[in-house]
Ligand binder design. Structure first.
Ligand SMILES: [Zn+2]
Length: 269
């Protein structure tokens, strides 16, 4: 694969970052943002058995900048659903994994009103943000209101980036260094605002001509529309094709479809 623009990215490729949203048992999921707790555990177990480790994006970036991102996969949870506390934290702890959650600073304790079709889901309160931070989870910002940044005025854009950071730093008691673009929508103006607000990295969804440390693409496959084996296949493909850092050869071998699971591996659940 051709090298991406990769502005500010350490190493020669983009890091591997997986995107989740809500984790809860569900009946309807029109926006494909929900994964069942059993499915999440199955997916985390798949990573674990292959010697991969889920980490926060800040942790992943720091490791790569130190020249060692081997076997690390960034795990991100957008929107800061309250189900993160009940369903994600225990699953991460069981695997010894870290992660980044991106709450919406102006909607703490609210709900996902921007998804007009519903279903309505509660968002983390400020206390729950602090609880997640206390459990070792990185808190990043998903803006103030969950609006598409390219359509905002200069003042709104600055507030989305900087006020959200201040609110989440206050709530979490930890520095907030990562930003996640609502809907994955971004343009150069939005990226400049995120940099100006002091964030050291940004998470996007898709690759673009401005892919770099402040616009990292992420891997996403919905739970509702695809069997989880396709998720595994997709992650394997993403890792093998995109990871060009130290140990890439071993990683590709470990992930090859014919490779056996690691000895003593627990079955996925
Ligand atoms: Zn979102």
């Amino acid at each position: 694969m051709a090298q991406l623009a990769g502005a500010g990215l350490a190493g020669s490729s983009v890091p591997v970052v997986i995107m989740y949203h809500s984790v809860i048992d569900y009946d309807e999921d029109p926006y494909l943002v929900t994964v069942s707790p059993a499915r999440l555990r199955q997916q985390l177990g798949w990573l674990l058995r292959r010697g991969l480790r889920g980490v926060s994006v800040a942790g992943l970036v720091a490791a790569r900048q130190a020249g060692d991102g081997r076997g690390l996969v960034g795990l991100t949870f957008d929107d800061g659903y309250a189900d993160f506390i009940s369903n994600v934290l225990p699953a991460l702890a069981d695997c010894g994994f870290g992660a980044t959650v991106f709450p919406i600073a102006g909607r703490l304790g609210g709900q996902n009103d921007w998804d007009v079709k519903g279903p309505r889901k509660p968002l983390m309160t400020a206390d729950q943000v602090r609880q997640a931070a206390g459990a070792g989870i990185e808190i990043g910002s998903h803006g103030l209101r969950h609006v598409s940044l390219p359509g905002t005025s200069d003042d709104e854009l600055a507030a989305e980036a900087s006020q959200s950071r201040a609110i989440l730093q206050q709530a979490s008691g930890q520095p907030v260094t990562g930003f996640c673009y609502p809907y994955g929508h971004l343009d150069e103006r939005a990226v400049a605002a995120v940099r100006a607000a002091g964030y050291s990295y940004g998470c996007a969804i898709w690759r673009s001509e401005i892919t770099g440390l402040h616009t990292m693409p992420r891997f996403f496959v919905g739970d509702a529309d695809r069997p989880w084996r396709l998720w595994a296949k997709g992650v394997r493909h993403w890792l093998c094709w995109d990871y060009r850092g130290p140990g890439a050869g071993q990683l590709a071998q470990r992930l090859s479809p014919t490779a056996a699971s690691a000895p003593g591996a627990r079955p996925g659940r």
